[in-house]
Design a protein around this ligand. Structure first.
Ligand code: FAD
Length: 504
């Protein structure tokens, strides 16, 4: 086995939004002891999309692997903590449920906790599943916690993520990447040159300067300047499963306490988000233009926000789906250029970091071997399809009848992969964990229970467990959680003490 004879010597990243700067930071850090040159080109004239402010716990693993100090990152991005998502009015108007990060409960006598809870429920215990989620019990009380004081308590196994100001996060990552030697070039790309085989050779800017490279990462946003406009990779449109195709966004003044979770509220033709930051709140309405106009959606959003608007409402059109080939020839598409799944579970930034991890796992040399491309594209698609199915679950289980949009959701044709999962759950009360799946069974249970999809029965093997003993274990666990949660500081107290941002 030999060292490659034709290693990549220069990667050009096109685009300086969140995905461009995450790519620059990750590659610069990963290849800091090599001769790999990285140049990022972006255009202030075009700007970035400026949304993408809720994340999932995987971001913290990435920040940690880059050696970024979390407190510092939170201060610089006006961030706050996120323990999960509160879903309002999804099952029916007036109903609400919570999707916490992390796991719910711990196995009892070797049995899966969810099965234990189902058995206890069948025996008459009315305690909701969420009473056993540390993330939910804290969220309900607007608390956050001190990790070093929570050793040997149920908070030890808690998962959390961040809310962050996306523009500030971009700035932070830019500084980080530039310090590691990434070259940033300002300029509008007006043409792309390819060789005879279609591989990209260089991009030309509006001042006629040329930037050449061996490999190109397309982070140019929805249009996919390289992957689509140059290489015509093609796009699989998934609007038949997830028909929302526009969002209207507005930033508002901060009001009240900083909630340690995102709020998602179902509206007449989609749903709104509320993301609490230290200095302001991010709001948006994701909707389907077939059922509501931009003007009506904007009015609905403005009527539902809590603080005074700080920005003009902005409409963002999108098409849900995935590029047919996220890696094609010597071009990798990342972020919005790669695909789009509505931000219901805040998965876009995760997909950027996950894609980069796959790319490094299958890192090419100049030949960009076809097998690497094929396996990479297959793996990225598996992730997108898994998340797509999870998002569809939120819609297809609704019982709302009040608008045409929700009536459509009730009778929509769902992906076969999702149908199989729900059918298995209904007969067994369980789900089979996938090997590398993002959403583990507890996440699915949270949505299924929240949307009141009950299985026919619990696993009969649990009949070996004594019902009274089980009930007492569950009750103790629940009380223990309440006790420890009550003794934690409020989310705002926690931010004040450790992560208060500098004034803008
Ligand atoms: P952009 O931010 O659009 O950046 C594109 C870059 O390409 C810019 O720097 C631009 O200047 C450059 N560029 C384009 N054309 C040229 C050219 N010709 N020459 C030079 N430069 C060029 N994600 C989450 O994880 N959580 C969320 O809560 C979330 N909410 C979202 C809500 C909405 C409504 C939308 C639409 C997206 C949301 N996302 C969310 C996704 C998230 O916003 C994106 O994944 C993230 O911002 C990355 O965007 P990007 O960097 O790919 O593209």
């Amino acid at each position: 086995m030999n060292k490659t004879e034709n290693p990549l010597s220069k990667i050009v990243i096109v685009g300086g939004g969140t995905s461009g700067w995450i790519a620059a930071a990750t590659l610069a850090h990963g290849f800091k002891n090599s001769d790999l040159e990285i140049e990022l080109v972006e255009s202030e004239q075009i700007g970035t999309i400026g949304v993408g402010e809720a994340t999932i716990p995987s971001l913290l693993i990435v920040l940690n692997s880059l050696g970024i100090n979390l407190d510092d990152f939170i201060k610089e991005t006006q961030g706050s903590f996120k323990l999960g998502i509160q879903f309002e009015d999804w099952y029916a108007k007036g109903d609400s449920y919570f999707h916490p990060f992390g796991s719910i409960g711990k196995p009892i006598a070797g049995f899966d906790f969810f099965q234990c809870w189902l058995k206890s429920k069948a025996e008459g215990d009315p305690t909701p599943l969420m009473a056993h989620s540390p993330e939910y019990v804290l969220s309900e009380r607007n608390k956050f916690f001190l990790p070093f004081e929570a050793r040997n308590t149920p908070l030890e196994r808690i998962f959390y993520a961040l809310h962050l100001d996306s523009t500030l996060a971009g700035k932070y990552l830019r500084k980080f990447a530039e310090n590691l030697g990434v070259k940033r070039t300002e300029g509008l790309i007006k043409s792309v040159a390819q060789n005879e085989e279609g591989y990209i050779e260089s991009v030309t800017l509006d001042d006629n300067s040329q930037i050449s490279g061996d490999f190109f990462i397309d982070c140019s946003g929805f249009k996919g300047l390289l992957i689509e406009q140059t290489l015509n990779a093609g796009y699989d449109d998934w609007s038949h499963y997830l028909p929302c195709n526009r969002a209207v966004t507005v930033q508002t003044e901060k009001t009240g306490e900083t909630k340690p979770y995102t709020v998602s509220t179902a509206k007449e033709a989609g749903w709104t988000w509320r993301i609490p930051l230290q200095h302001r709140t991010g709001n948006g309405y994701v909707f389907c233009s077939k059922y509501i106009s931009d003007e009506e959606a904007t009015k609905t959003l403005l009527d539902s926000v809590e603080g005074k608007p700080l920005t003009e409402p902005r409409i963002i059109p999108f098409t849900t789906g995935l590029r047919k080939k996220a890696w094609y020839k010597n071009c990798l598409a990342l972020g919005l250029a790669q695909g789009f799944l509505e931000p219901l579970e805040s998965t876009a930034i995760h997909l950027v970091t996950r894609t980069l991890a796959f790319f490094i796992r299958m890192f090419p040399d100049k030949s960009c071997h076809q097998q690497l491309q094929d396996e990479f594209n297959r793996r990225v698609r598996v992730d997108y399809e898994e998340i797509r199915d999870f998002l569809v679950l939120h819609y297809c289980t609704t019982k709302r009848e009040d608008t045409e949009f929700w009536r459509w959701c009730q009778q929509m044709k769902i992906p076969t992969s999702l149908e199989r999962k729900i059918d298995f759950y209904k007969v067994s009360g369980g789900l089979i964990p996938g090997t590398e799946e993002l959403f583990q069974p507890t996440s699915w249970y949270a949505i299924l229970m929240g949307m009141q999809v009950m299985p026919e029965r619990y696993n009969p093997a649990l009949d070996t467990l004594d019902a009274n003993k089980l009930s007492s274990i569950l009750s103790q666990g629940k009380q223990g959680l309440i006790q420890i949660a009550e003794s934690q500081p409020s989310h705002d107290e926690f931010l004040e003490k450790y992560c208060r941002a500098k004034m803008p």
